[in-house]
Design a protein around this ligand. Sequence first.
Ligand code: BDR
Ligand code: CA
Length: 306
Amino acid sequence: QNLLLIDTDPGVDDALALLMAYQHAAVVGLSIAAGNVGLAHTVTNALRLVELVGAETPVFAGCDTPLVLPAADAAFVHGVDGFGDAGLPLPERKAEAEHAALALIRLTQEQPGELTLVALGPLTNLALALRLDPTLPQRVPRLVVMGGAVTGRGNTSVPAEFNIGFDPESAHIVFSTWPQFELVDWEATMRHGIALQRFESWLAADDDRARCYERISQKIRGFMQERRRPGLVLADALAMAVALQPDCVIRAEHRHVAVELNGSLTRGATIVDWDGRNGLPANARIVLEVDQQRFEAMIVAALGAA
Ligand code: BDR
Ligand code: CA
């Protein structure tokens, strides 16, 4: 069975990715970052999700700021509480005492070679874990990252995507030390929008997961309509689809990807060496296209709408 360790900042699209993970795999731990909203909210939301699906997964709180510079959250998209300000009850469960970065190290030591690591938020916890234990990648056969904008069309500044733009130094640490990872970027997300009506028909399913997602996604659905996005774009769900079913990837290219740390206009941009100019080996498999039907089928099942 596919065993997942998920680093995430829930977040409305993170929540859908988590529902997909619970439907299609086993989740051994959730390490939580600040990002979409502050850490107290992202931890609470992760605990809510674990309760919703009736799981026992340990939740580990991680870093509450980026490694170096402060950054703005995305509450205007995800709501002040990160779950669309839907007024969900507080969870009864609590987070573990262990820090998320230490949990990433320990859990991969306990199951070396077994876990797929899926990173759905800013890479702060993972960067810290890598600095504490540079041998971490040797124990993790797959790292799937949602992040970046591979041809320079970002969503948080002109060229930067949110997860990388929120904490560029952490992304730099991960991208420059992890030998091979899979990257699902914002531009791929934009090519895999889901028609709003279609998505809303799934939300009408007679299932607690659909009912919960209907509530927490109301705000983001309105936001996407205002911005005339190509349907509902769900970045973390797409990354999770790749993690869950690697063979749903139709097109991908191996390239070297680096993170810009300094540019006054380009801080947080992902610089892809499309033409092999820098002579560095490819560190990323950039996902360009996924089987849309399979992607949607994974979501339908995760919402109980099948
Ligand atoms: C990414 O940023 C967050 O707002 C989403 O949860 C996703 O991880 C998309 O750029
Ligand atoms: Ca996220």
